[in-house]
Structures are given as C-alpha cells and as structure tokens.
Write a protein that binds this ligand. Structure first.
Ligand code: M6R
Length: 615
C-alpha cells in the first residue's frame, strides 16, 4: 500500500504534495516524508507518524520550497515504521531520490550484489535497494535517469509504483508502475503524480492512468511520453477527464469520513441504480450485463472472488443469485483462490468485487481466472482502477470516493449492483415472475428512503454503544441473507474499535460459540421478520437462558424479540433479499460510536490501509 505524490511545474510544490499526502493517507499512515529540490539543495524531511507529524517536522527543520518534489505516506512492509525506513530514500551519492508503493520481492539478492560493489544501506527497506540499483545502472552504463530506471526495473521482481528524480536534473520526474496504481495529472506546463487523482483535483481534470509495465518521464515544458518498461516501445496516450470533484473527498461537516459515508448511503444507493433500475418500464438496464448476456446465461456457475467487506457482499450475492436467478454460486477469498489450483472452465463467470479496484489478491485471482478462459466481470467503485481495467466487463458501484478505511457505502452499493445483476439475469432466465420482478424493482427503489429511516436510530444506537463499549468480546448472529451481514458487523467492530468480535450463522451457535455466552457477552442478533424469524427467536431464547446480553436488529413494530432482548434497533420492513441493505446500517453505527467512545482513530485504524495492494 502507501500513497505517493509528486509535482513538477511552476508552482510551489510543498503545499501540493503535503495536501496530496493528506488525501492519500487512507493508503497508509505509519510514516510520511517529502523530498524537494529548492534550486540549490535537495531537502528531505521524513518521520514516523502521520502526515500532520511530517508537516510539523518539515516546517520546523527545513525551509522547504521549490517547484519539483515527491512525497510518500507509508504502510510498512519491509522494515518497521520509523524515521529511517520512511520514504523518500536516497541513493548513496545523494543525487537520486525515490518514493515507492509496492514490494521488491528479489531485493535481498539485489542488495547482496550492491553490497559487494560497495553500496551501503541505512534502512531495512527494499526501496533503498531499488534506488541504489538505479544509481548503479546509471553510473555503469552511462545512461540518463529514465533509461537507468528502465534497465533497473527489468531486473526487479515484485510490484511498484515509483517516482524518482535526480537533483542534478531537477526538471523531470521518472515514474513507473507494475501492480500498484499511478495517475499523472496534466496541467498547463505542469504535471502531478499520485496514487489516485485526489491530490490534483483542484488543478486539473485531465489524467493518464499508467498501465502495468509502463513508465513515463514528466518534464517541465515538455509533453509526456509513455513507454513499455520491457521493450521501450511507445504507448498511445489515453487522457481521461476526471469525474470526481473536491467536495466528494472532504468531510463536509461530519466528524469522520466513516460517519459521512454511512450517511451518504441513501444517495449512494440511488446513484448506483440510477439509469439502471427503470421501474416504470419494468426493466433493468446494465450495459456490461446486456453485452455479455450469453456468457451469463450459459454459465455453469458464478464464482465470486473478493476480500474483506467485498467478500461479505459476495456472500450476500450468493443468496441473491441462487434464490432469484437459480445460478449456482461459489464465493471465494481471492487470497485463497489464487493459490488453490482451482478448477475453472470457460463456462464459469467470475465476478470480482472490490471497492478500490486495487486489491492485489483480487487482481491476482482475476488474472488466474482469465488465464483459464473464464469470463471475468468486475464490480468496482473506483473508476479506471486496475481491477476495472483488468476485467472483461463490469459495473461500477458509483458510491463516490470512500475514504474511511472501514467500508460502509461500498458494501451497500456492491449489494445493490449485485442485486440488479441477479434480477436482470432472473428475468432473462425466466426464474422470476413478472409480478415478483416488478415488486423487487419497486422495493429496491424504496431502499434509499428506508436507509434514511434506519439512520434515524442513530442516537438510540449511540446510547446502546455507551452501555456495551467496554465489552471485551461481541458475537454477531444472523441467518440466510443476514448471515453475511453478521460477519460484516463483526468486522466493522473489530477493525475500528479493536474489540474482538465474531460473526456466525445463528443456527451454528449451538455447535460451539454458545460456550462463550455469559452475562459479559453482548450478542447482536439480526432477527428481521422475514427469513427464519421463528428460528432466530429460538436462538435468542437460548442466549437469554445463558444470561447473554441481546441487542436485536428487528423489523419495525416487532414485539417478540423486544420482549426478550435487552435492546432492539428497528429497521423498516422490506423484501427478505433486500434486508441486508437495511440491517447493515445499525451495525455500522454501533461500531462507529463504540470506536469514537473508546477514542480510537475511526478513519485510520491501526495496522490497516484502505487499499491493500500487497499480498
Ligand atoms: O478495495 P477492496 O474492496 O478490494 O478491499 C477489500 C478489503 O481490503 C476491505 O473490504 C477491508 O476489509 C475493509 N477495511 C473493510 O472495512
């Protein structure tokens, strides 16, 4: 992971890079650094901690200015987070500086060679090895920086998005990518470099996204050229017009991005189905599905690959696809799938789900599935992301930027897209009657209003959070469509509050987890009216007889669970298949409030990063 930013042009680069790093902190936040050339000297400032710490340190120690510079916010892979391991890293001569997002897998053998040639290393990082390799090539082959980077990268195994500059040629930055994202913003006589477009949105709407194995040299007063790293061939430029704006990536008055994103869900879900869900005409229109209808209809099965929250959305889709479209579904952790030698045929449709579109394991699973001839369909949020480009076809979730590390609106919009696809396929296959189809469309259209209704329980949920915030463990139970929601609720709590939580199918409780229940154990039970209600009520009774504390997520007006539970949180009634879109909301709010009360860093929980571009 890690976020990288760079600038070369006519403006003061320092504020651009610093602000850019703040926007990319979701990618990693254990250390940060900046390198700038001020016309005479190369100045580097770096520190363990957040970009704010870097800001304090760099303003105190260095009068940093200049019109060329690079910056980095880190999620440590090689070497603990400390000042020395922070990026940028210099070469031994002190001429070259680099920032890097990714992993150089063969860095140890490269380092051995460089040590033999007299190079020394200050840090434990793979990146310091790479910059010295570049320096070594530059010296020995007598080539310019761009060529040296290219030759060095051809010796490297691993993943990278890098930006390098030479203090003796302070008009250009060399960038390259393999496996980690890199966008180039094109202004008037200026270039911006970043892991995504957010750092340069206020300066330009024109961007190029480098593809894997491509590199570019951005120079003042010159046009950018992109080349293949392997064979040096020129690549056609594809300049995209950015669709996101600054407002979408700011907190907009909320204390945290997570809370803002929870509250954005009614609109995000509307944006997801807008133009696709046409209730009056009783149709669903999705180009990516229409164009590949035969592949979907002839599929023996759908295999869903994803990680984390996206995997939970995949689990929900298993119920939806099987229930509505009668297509067998397997849901796989991308990280397991990619190494499992799975049986994949040309008659499989693989759906890859990813908010960021950059998750390394999901990307690898896609490549594997494609190599076996499967048709791969992507469900991504980030437009132009690696997964969106690597898949054969796809549908964006249109949730808008999700900055909080804990996924919220990504989950509900992924479920919305997957529901639309399942309904479209069900209609095409004739596995749903026209009246049932229409009922689903009508209900789905009402979901944003119902999410708004569910959000009204916020202060009640906050009160419940206050009561249980000191619990050491939580159990989350759900059945059917709401079993994945239980898993998601547990993940939300553990990742932002660091409280241990487990999600289980409610009926599995008696096969083990019931032993955990005592008067200290809060159990969040999703017990909406439709979907095994009576059975879940029996599970609640079992918990009650063992003195567990019960927080029920129930349908508005429910009486039975209310009588049994310590607290209930109501959500509006809807079709069973759509309940996850509502039952998720209180679970997001519960974990949010607990984490805030425990004074945790909600948007940037420890050890995590928003987009996991390493294995
Ligand atoms: O960007 P992706 O959807 O591929 O990310 C997958 C997971 O890393 C992500 O969902 C992670 O589990 C979140 N922190 C959960 O809130």
């Amino acid at each position: 992971m890690c976020g990288i930013v760079g600038y070369v042009g006519h403006r003061d680069a320092y504020p651009i890079i610093l602000e850019g790093l703040k926007r990319l902190e979701y990618r990693g936040y254990d250390s940060a650094g900046i390198a700038m050339f001020d016309g005479t000297n190369l100045k580097v400032s770096k520190t363990k901690g957040k970009v704010l710490d870097l800001e304090n340190k760099s303003t105190q120690e260095n009068n940093i200015n200049g019109t060329i510079g690079i910056g980095h916010t880190r999620w440590a892979t090689h070497g603990v987070p400390n000042d020395v391991n922070s990026h940028p890293h210099y070469s031994n001569s002190g001429d070259l500086v680099i920032i890097h997002n990714g992993i150089i897998e063969n860095y140890e053998s490269l380092k051995k060679e460089l040590l033999k040639r007299g190079y020394t290393f200050n840090s434990d990082t793979d990146t310091e090895v790479l910059i010295n390799l570049i320096e070594d090539v530059k010296k020995n082959e007598g080539v310019k920086l761009g060529k040296a980077v290219q030759i060095a990268l051809n010796q490297v195994v691993g993943a990278y998005a890098i930006a390098v500059f030479d203090k003796n040629k302070p008009d250009e930055i060399v960038v390259a990518r393999l496996g980690s994202p890199l966008a180039i913003g094109i202004g008037e006589d200026e270039f911006f470099i970043a892991s995504d477009a957010s750092p340069f949105l206020e300066y330009t709407k024109n961007a190029i996204y480098l593809e894997d194995e491509e590199m570019a040299i951005v120079r003042r007063h010159k046009d950018v050229k992109i080349r293949k790293i392997k064979d040096d061939s020129l690549v056609d430029l594809y300049i995209q017009e950015l669709q996101i704006n600054l407002e979408q990536i700011e907190k907009g008055g909320y204390d945290h991005f997570m809370l803002k994103e929870i509250y954005e869900q009614p609109n995000a879900i509307k944006d997801t189905y807008r133009g696709r869900l046409l209730v009056n005409e009783a149709i669903i229109k999705m180009a990516g599905v229409e164009d590949n209808m035969k592949k979907f209809l002839n599929a023996d099965r759908i295999i869903v690959v994803a990680c984390g929250t996206s995997w939970h959305a995949g689990l929900v889709s298993e119920y939806i696809f099987e229930d509505l479209a009668r297509i067998p579904v397997e849901v796989e952790y991308a990280s397991e799938f990619r190494y499992r030698n799975p049986i994949i045929t040309e008659k499989d449709v693989v759906i890859a789900i990813s908010q960021s579109g950059e998750t390394a394991d999901t990307l690898a699973a896609i490549k594997l599935a494609k190599s076996k001839g499967a048709f791969v369909f992507g469900v991504c949020n980030v437009v132009g992301s690696s997964i969106a480009r690597e898949t054969d076809a796809g549908a964006y979730t249109h949730a808008g930027p999700e900055i909080g590390v804990a996924s919220t609106k990504a989950f509900t919009t992924q479920i919305t897209v997957l529901t639309l696809i399942a309904l479209r396929l069900a209609r095409a296959k004739g596995t749903i009657s026209s009246s049932d189809f229409r009922r689903h469309l009508l209900e789905l259209e009402m979901i944003p209003g119902k999410v708004e209704e569910a959000l009204k329980s916020d202060s009640h949920i906050k009160m419940i959070a206050d009561i249980y915030k000191d619990a050491k463990n939580f159990l989350y139970l759900g059945r059917g469509y709401n079993f994945p929601v239980a898993l998601e609720g547990a993940l939300k709590l553990k990742e932002i509050s660091y409280i241990h939580a487990e999600g289980y199918p409610a009926a599995e409780m008696k096969h083990g987890p019931i032993a955990l229940i005592d008067e200290q154990m809060p159990v969040v039970v999703i017990a909406t009216k439709k979907g095994h209600y009576d059975k879940v009520v029996s599970n609640i009774q079992e918990i009650k007889s063992r003195k567990g504390k019960i927080i029920g997520i129930v349908t508005q007006g429910d009486k039975s669970v209310k009588d049994l539970a310590d607290y209930v949180i109501e959500v509006p009634e809807t079709l069973e298949s759509l309940t996850p879109l509502l039952t998720t909301i209180p679970l997001q709010l519960l974990s949010y409030h607990i984490a805030v009360m425990l004074d945790k860093n909600v948007d940037q929980p420890r050890n995590l990063a928003k987009s996991v571009t390493v294995e």
